[in-house]
Every structure is written in structure tokens, then in C-alpha cells.
Design a protein around this ligand. Structure first.
Ligand code: NAD
Length: 261
């Protein structure tokens, strides 16, 4: 097994489910000490159990926090540095889809909620982690955007605005911090089968969501959903020293979806 993360410290937000959980497992298998952050404490406990099953001596810090609250973000960064002394990698990943609706019906409160988690949360994370990484002179940040951050999807005003914002932040800050040895990239996942996507399919058709899922991936060049562990492999690479020269850019992981439609 690769040991790219031996003696490395990684923070992962949204670590209690889906892409965050799969990425946490992957970097833990490669030796990372981890700060696992999520709003949902039960999810964090599940991730911890999953990691300890394959890495019994994993060094884990579990932090319940709401990424849309700046004080919570400041606190998870401080707790990580207090315990581990540094931050090598940061997977800035927590996010929600929000309700699907036409722009005129989307709702201002829903828009604010989605943007405050998906965009403000990512900004706060970068703000506090970058301060540490700049002083260290090293570090890698991977922000979770989406195919919805590089093209139009429809019925997702808040999601599209927030994920395009994540791409903008990534490009902007990558240019600022490259000179300090810190690289910042975003991933743009297509449809990966996680609880979030299951919820999205259920919004489209609660009674027959599995069938809706089959139709949904039909136009995808690979005709399937992605798997969380496939994103985990990409995130682990991007957080590792091997990917230091990949900076201020967005990497799609979508089976080719963003180029097809
Ligand atoms: P998920 O729902 O399985 O996991 C998201 C996790 O984030 C959950 O554990 C949830 O509790 C946590 N979370 C939500 N709001 C939070 C908050 N305010 N503070 C802290 N934690 C919070 O979803 P996922 O599919 O793993 O999504 C992870 C990220 O990937 C999101 O940013 C999502 O937009 C993005 N994404 C997912 C897909 C996909 O197909 N699954 C595609 C593109 C982008």
C-alpha cells in the first residue's frame, strides 16, 4: 500500500458521508492523521468506524461543526493545529444540493442557505487554513465544486451560483498562494452515487427514483454513476505532494459528462 500520507495531517469537511467519507478512508489507508469535520455527528462516528476497520491505529480527531459559521470553521482549524501541529492537506468539501426549482420559484431563503454552506463555508475554510499553510510554506487544498460549477444544469440556482463561486475562489487564490508553496485546486464531480445524489433523484421522482437514476446516466458517455471511492483516489492524489504543481485549476471527474451535454 502507498504511504503518501505518512506523517501528514489532513482536514476533511463533510467527512460523515459520501465523497468526504470515501476520501477520508483512502488517505487514512495511506497513513494520514485526520481531522474529520461534519455537522452530523452520527456520520462522523460511522466514518471513524469504517476507517478503524481497515486502519486500527489511525489517528483521528472528530469535530462537529457547521461550515457556514465562521466561528466553527476557525475552531476546527485551531483544534487541528493544537492537536497535530500543522496542516498538510485540506479537502474543503462539505456541501448540500438544495431544493430543485425554477429560478423564479427557487426562494431567496433557499438561495442564501445553499450559498452560505457551499460557498461561504469554502471561503471560511480557505481563509483560516491558508493562513497556516502560508506560514508553513507548504500545503494542498482541494475544494469540491461540481459539473454544476462549470456548466448549466437547470433548476439549481443556488447550487450553480455557489459551485461556480468555488471555481472562482480556487482560480483566484491559487494565483495568490502558489508563491508560498501552497497549491489550490477544485474537483468537479459529475453524478457520483452518494446520499446527496439519492436525495436528488428522490426529488425528481420519490416513488421510482432508481429508474430515474438509470435514465439520468443514459446520456453519460460511461452510462453509469461514479463511485465515491473513485473520487477518493483522485482527492488523495491531489492532496499528495505528487500533485503540488497542479494549481488554480478544476479537475472534472464525471465520465465525460461535462463535454457531452
Ligand atoms: P453527502 O450528502 O453524502 O455528504 C455531504 C456531507 O456534508 C454530509 O455528511 C453532511 O452532513 C455534511 N454537511 C452538510 N452541510 C454541512 C454544514 N453546514 N457543515 C458541515 N457539514 C455539512 O454528499 P456528497 O455527494 O458526498 O457531497 C459532497 C460534496 O460533493 C458536496 O459539496 C457536493 O455538492 C459535491 N458534489 C457531489 C456530487 C455527487 O454526485 N455526489 C457531484 C458534484 C459535487
Amino acid at each position: 500500500m502507498s504511504n503518501r500520507f505518512e506523517d501528514k495531517v489532513v482536514i476533511i469537511t463533510g467527512a460523515g458521508s459520501g465523497l468526504g467519507q470515501a476520501s477520508a478512508l483512502q488517505v487514512a489507508k495511506e497513513g494520514a492523521k485526520l481531522s474529520l469535520v461534519d455537522l452530523n455527528n452520527e456520520g462522523l462516528e460511522k466514518t471513524k468506524k469504517l476507517i478503524l476497520e481497515s486502519v486500527p491505529n489511525a489517528d483521528l480527531l472528530l469535530i462537529t461543526a457547521d461550515v457556514s459559521k465562521e466561528e466553527d470553521v476557525k475552531n476546527y482549524v485551531k483544534q487541528t493545529v493544537d492537536k497535530f501541529g500543522k496542516i498538510d492537506g485540506f479537502f474543503n468539501n462539505a456541501g448540500i444540493e438544495g431544493k430543485q426549482n425554477l429560478t423564479e420559484d427557487y426562494g431567496s431563503d433557499e438561495f442564501s442557505k445553499v450559498v452560505s454552506i457551499n460557498l461561504n463555508g469554502v471561503f471560511y475554510g480557505m481563509k483560516y487554513v491558508l493562513e497556516i499553510m502560508k506560514n508553513q510554506g507548504f500545503g494542498s487544498i482541494v475544494n469540491t465544486a461540481s459539473v454544476g460549477g462549470i456548466r448549466g444544469v437547470g433548476n439549481q440556482s443556488g447550487y450553480a451560483a455557489s459551485k461556480h463561486g468555488v471555481v472562482g475562489l480556487t482560480r483566484n487564490s491559487g494565483i495568490e498562494y502558489g508563491q508560498f508553496g501552497v497549491s489550490i485546486k477544485a474537483i468537479a464531480p459529475g453524478a457520483i452515487m452518494t446520499p446527496m445524489v439519492e436525495g436528488s433523484l428522490k426529488q425528481m421522482n420519490p416513488d421510482n427514483w432508481e429508474e430515474v437514476g438509470k435514465q439520468f446516466v443514459e446520456p453519460n458517455p460511461m452510462k453509469r454513476f461514479g463511485k465515491p471511492e473513485e473520487v477518493g483516489y483522485l482527492v488523495a492524489f491531489l492532496l499528495s505532494d505528487q500533485a503540488n504543481f497542479i494549481n488554480a485549476t478544476v479537475i472534472p471527474i464525471d465520465g465525460g459528462q461535462s463535454y457531452k451535454y
